[in-house]
Write a protein that binds this ligand. Structure first.
Ligand SMILES: NC(=O)c1ccc[n+]([C@@H]2O[C@H](COP(=O)([O-])OP(=O)(O)OC[C@H]3O[C@@H](n4cnc5c(N)ncnc54)[C@H](OP(=O)(O)O)[C@@H]3O)[C@@H](O)[C@H]2O)c1
Length: 399
């Protein structure tokens, strides 16, 4: 049916590539392109020989001309961006220049400021519309499935949703004293930033990890979770009608927080350049180089993740509560695609989002967050491709 250019060859990309190859009726041909070509070749070697034809290429995705040349050469129907958030705008520019659909899993973040927002990508709306191409923003799990869950709840269960709490629990244990489950630089920038949530039309800011709750997660048990700012809060606050408050909580162990605090205290999480032996280095990038590569955590991580949304609102004049969540087992993911559940829960939705565009189910020119599309075909595919969802109409609430 179609051709996808997959940019990036890290933990998430590996899952996208596996899943595209499993779905060869839709993904007839893929090209894996990244900064380090040997990583693309290693993926090709693992998966070659099936029905999906695989090629690889070297590309610097910060360079628009290189991207345009690659797209003109491979002629994909869609570009799946699973490199880093820093590359979102250059890849969107290249998609515009070549009239190619675009999908990513994280919103743009300038490399020199730890600040992510949709502003920069939303500015492409008119240009994508005029070019007749679709950009799907934030199509991993969170953001991604959390937006699809919200659209599904809005479509089928509520007249108005007033409160959303997004809960992201990872009860996986990789056995290292400290490691991050996806790109350490992006992950640490996210969790050391101030917290923020939306209430009564305003954004409320908190100190990092200031708000803590304990939640008894289905199939996982009790965990400490902390309020963070997360990018889907920005788009859901705009796209969900009647919303009064939306918050995001993520679980962290005391051990993780103690390590992080110590690294922060000694300056290792800073993104301010410093001089070291006559060379300028960024402490956080140096830290990334010494931490375990998340792509290697698969074989050693045991336990489960549980990510979902608790909705409260009104249906036919009556108050209603609805919890939608997915539970994913790290070892099952590893057995299937050789990756832990964090990469899996991001890569599967990215493949499904690209499939929605290629099959014409999500077909509207412009730049959209996932909750702006019909959630039903996506929800169906989640059940088929390894991320089945559960419903609870009487869940424990978060105060
Ligand atoms: N929505 C969600 O639920 C969710 C969850 C987790 C992660 N994510 C996002 O998923 C993305 C990938 O995460 P990951 O854990 O797979 O990261 P990763 O393992 O660090 O992989 C990133 C890949 O991008 C490549 N890359 C970086 N800069 C590049 C450039 N200028 N040109 C070409 N390729 C470049 C890297 O190349 P090298 O190999 O040369 O370094 C690497 O192969 C990130 O944007 C992350 O924020 C989203």
């Amino acid at each position: 049916m179609g051709k996808a250019l997959i940019i990036g060859a890290g933990g998430v990309s590996s899952v996208v590539v596996h899943k595209c190859c499993q779905n060869s009726d839709v993904f007839e041909e893929i090209c894996i392109a990244s900064r380090t070509k040997s990583k693309c070749d290693a993926l090709k070697e693992k998966l070659d020989g099936g029905k999906t034809k695989i090629s690889t290429a070297q590309v610097d995705a910060d360079n628009i001309d290189e991207l345009i040349a690659l797209i003109n050469d491979f002629k994909p129907d869609i570009v799946i961006n699973v490199a880093l958030p820093y590359q979102d705008l250059t890849i969107m520019d290249a998609c515009l220049a070549t009239k190619t659909h675009y999908l990513d899993t994280a919103n743009y973040e300038p490399p020199d400021t730890a600040k992510f927002e949709y502003k920069w990508q939303w500015e492409y709306r008119e240009k994508f519309k005029e070019a007749g191409i679709t950009a799907v923003l934030g199509c991993g799990f969170d953001p991604g499935v959390t937006g699809v869950f919200s659209a599904y709840a809005q479509k089928h269960h509520f007249d108005e949703i007033h409160y959303i709490d997004i809960l992201d629990a990872n009860a996986g244990d990789h056995g290292y004293p400290f490691a991050t489950n996806f790109n350490p630089e992006i992950n640490i920038r996210e969790v050391t930033s101030k917290g923020r949530y939306f209430e009564d039309g305003k954004w409320v800011e908190t100190e990092p990890m200031e708000i803590k709750r304990v939640y008894d997660f289905p199939q996982i048990g009790e965990k400490d979770m902390y309020l963070l700012y997360h990018e889907e809060l920005e788009s859901l606050a705009v796209n969900i009608r009647g919303i009064k408050r939306i918050r995001f909580f993520m679980t962290f162990s005391q051990n993780y927080l103690t390590h992080l605090k110590c690294l922060e205290n000694v300056g290792m999480t800073s993104i301010e350049p410093i001089e070291f032996e006559g060379k300028e280095i960024i402490p956080l990038q140096f830290l990334k180089a010494v931490l375990p590569d998340p792509a290697t955590l698969g074989p050693r991580t045991v336990g489960k993740t549980n990510i979902g949304c608790i909705f409260r609102g009104i249906k036919e004049g009556k108050p209603k509560t609805y919890y939608l969540y997915n539970v994913c087992d790290h070892q099952e993911c590893y057995r299937e695609v050789g990756s832990q559940a964090i990469s899996y829960t991001t890569g599967v939705p990215a493949m499904i989002g690209a499939m929605m565009v290629l099959t014409g189910k999500w077909n509207k020119p412009g730049v959209y967050n996932v909750e702006e599309f019909d959630p039903d075909p996506f929800m169906e595919e989640l059940n088929k491709w390894g991320l089945p969802w559960n419903e609870d109409f009487n869940p424990q609430l978060v105060d």
